[in-house]
Design a protein around this ligand. Structure first.
Ligand SMILES: [Zn+2]
Length: 89
């Protein structure tokens, strides 16, 4: 089941995001960046064999807000930092 939700301010803390674009008229959030990518970069998974070089681009999110993919991204790309972050909350 795909989880699609309207933007929630709580995503900023729950998924470590930072708003990057807001609609000037409706004030709806249009995009947000992954703070883990922005401040720590992506981690290499232990034992992973990659066919292509891992990207170091920041992950940007926009509607539809897929919280399942946000969580998956944090667990796959920021395993250690995400564990530390979750331990803080
Ligand atoms: Zn990220």
């Amino acid at each position: 089941m795909v989880q699609v939700h309207p933007w929630q301010p709580g995503y900023l803390v729950t998924y470590a995001l930072q708003v990057t674009e807001v609609d000037p008229i409706t004030k709806n959030v249009l995009s947000a960046v992954c703070c883990m990518c922005k401040y720590h970069g992506r981690e290499l998974a232990l034992g992973a064999v990659r066919k292509r070089k891992q990207t170091q681009k920041f992950k940007f999110w926009s509607a539809p807000w897929r919280t399942d993919l946000m969580l998956q991204h944090n667990k796959e790309q920021h395993l250690l930092k995400w564990a530390e972050y979750e331990a803080l909350s």
